[in-house]
Write a protein that binds this ligand. Structure first.
Ligand code: 5GP
Ligand code: ZN
Length: 134
């Protein structure tokens, strides 16, 4: 996709702060970080979201998320780390090239990942969802 900013960043067409690169992925620092060390895993090939990702590449992305979580935790000495992946505008996706957020968390810092209101699973919803997902 010639007009996709993440295609250009992932493939080095626009210089960016890169913390890891291999033949399939580039991991970059988010330009507007939620916390110090906030990084993005970008596949070099364009896929809009998780549904479009080929299984094998998605598997590699998951393994890389683990590897980068270990590295970030050691390098940044963070106390926790959120792995976030948004699909679709309604879910907060703003760049429509698959990416995984790695967000280091530091004890005592303000909450930065949306804390959703916890509802209660009703018997009606449970039955409906289980029948639809069956
Ligand atoms: P989304 O909301 O789609 O899950 O996340 C998009 C992320 O990409 C945001 O956290 C945003 O700060 C980051 N971002 C958008 N444009 C750029 C850019 O040009 N460079 C970098 N490094 N990050 C970007
Ligand atoms: Zn792209």
């Amino acid at each position: 996709m010639s007009d996709c900013i993440f295609c250009m960043l992932a493939n080095g067409e626009i210089p960016t702060a890169t913390v890891y690169e291999d033949s399939d992925f580039r991991v970059i620092l988010d330009a507007n970080p939620a916390s110090k060390g906030h990084s993005l895993i970008l596949p070099k090939e364009h896929f809009a979201n998780i549904r479009e990702m080929p299984d094998e590449l998605l598997g590699k992305a998951a393994v890389l998320a683990k590897k980068m979580s270990v590295r970030l935790t050691e390098a940044m000495n963070c106390d926790g780390l959120n792995v976030v992946q948004n699909n679709g505008e309604a879910a907060g996706q703003t760049v429509f090239h698959f990416h995984i957020h790695l967000i280091p968390r530091y004890a005592g810092s303000a909450p930065i990942v949306a804390n959703w209101h916890q509802g209660v699973l009703t018997e009606e919803d449970k039955a409906e969802i289980l029948s639809k997902m069956g």
